[in-house]
Design a protein around this ligand. Sequence first.
Ligand SMILES: O=C(O)CCC(=O)C(=O)O
Ligand SMILES: [Fe+2]
Length: 330
Amino acid sequence: MEMTPAPASNLKQHSDTSRDDTQSIPYQNEKLRVTQLGPELEALGLKEHIADLALYGYTIVPPEKIAPPQFFADLKEAVLRISHDRYGVMPDVSKGSTHSRQNGPLGQFMRYTLFDDPIFEPLLTNPVLLGLITYLVGYDALLSLHDATIKGPGGVALPLHNDNGDKTTSVFPDQPQSANINLILTDYGPGSGSIAFLPGSHKFRREPTPNEQREMASEMVEVNAPAGSAIIWPANTWHTASSRTDDGLRVTLLYDFCRGHLQTQEIFRDEVTPEILARNPARFAQLLHVHGVFPYKKEDISQEKRAESKKRYSLFDCHEMWKPFFGLTR
Ligand SMILES: O=C(O)CCC(=O)C(=O)O
Ligand SMILES: [Fe+2]
């Protein structure tokens, strides 16, 4: 069959710059990751953690890379105070008598703690924590969970699972849908009720089977890390946590961040105040989905909000408290 040459107008269309892939949003996004995020992560000394995430599916960032020691002590006090305020009992830190034999595998699970104490706000724009979250779930990541857990002696273990949100429809994209931080405020090690991971399981892109849930214990690698460490992993990595056999309490801040097109598990934008937004950098508002255009009713999509949510910031446009710690001059 004879080929008819394409009309000149068609050829012209192909060289039209509006069809140039370099203008597409995914292209621009990847470009920003390699020209801005990558160098900033390197400057923060995080390359080894990126390698951990790629190879093993989790990483442990030591306290000295994140914040000064006193800050972690203050965070722990804040969590204990919240427990007292919510439940009327001051936690028994040394013996753990107030939290022994808990029914839930996470211990005392205090949800939605962001607004219980202003001390938590700066952590959301900590360059190291937000840097690894941005690496895992993008510049448009949203804060999905901000919780605190206190685990005492003699409770139950947490079954093997991953954190990929939808347990009904098995959708496991090659890019994680969400990523977690457990910022540990007490030491993790044998007897502490630590979290444990199956290295490499972020590649499986499926739920563990009931058989695997029963049989994998000997393959799990338990985290051994000092208070102030951040344990970070993408949604697909399989993990579990043992029950606590030591006296005393395990105190942890639990964060989940999801991609910008997903529904968050907790909703922060409804209650964040103008004062809170004013004392935090612009990325904080994005994380809380303040400029999110969905869900809408009869109103049209707000172009103003859309423009705000598309702005991209450096990790170093962070809360003021981090500037001396990270030696930032701007
Ligand atoms: O409390 C733990 O050790 C594990 C918590 C957990 O499963 C999670 O943060 O996704
Ligand atoms: Fe989990």
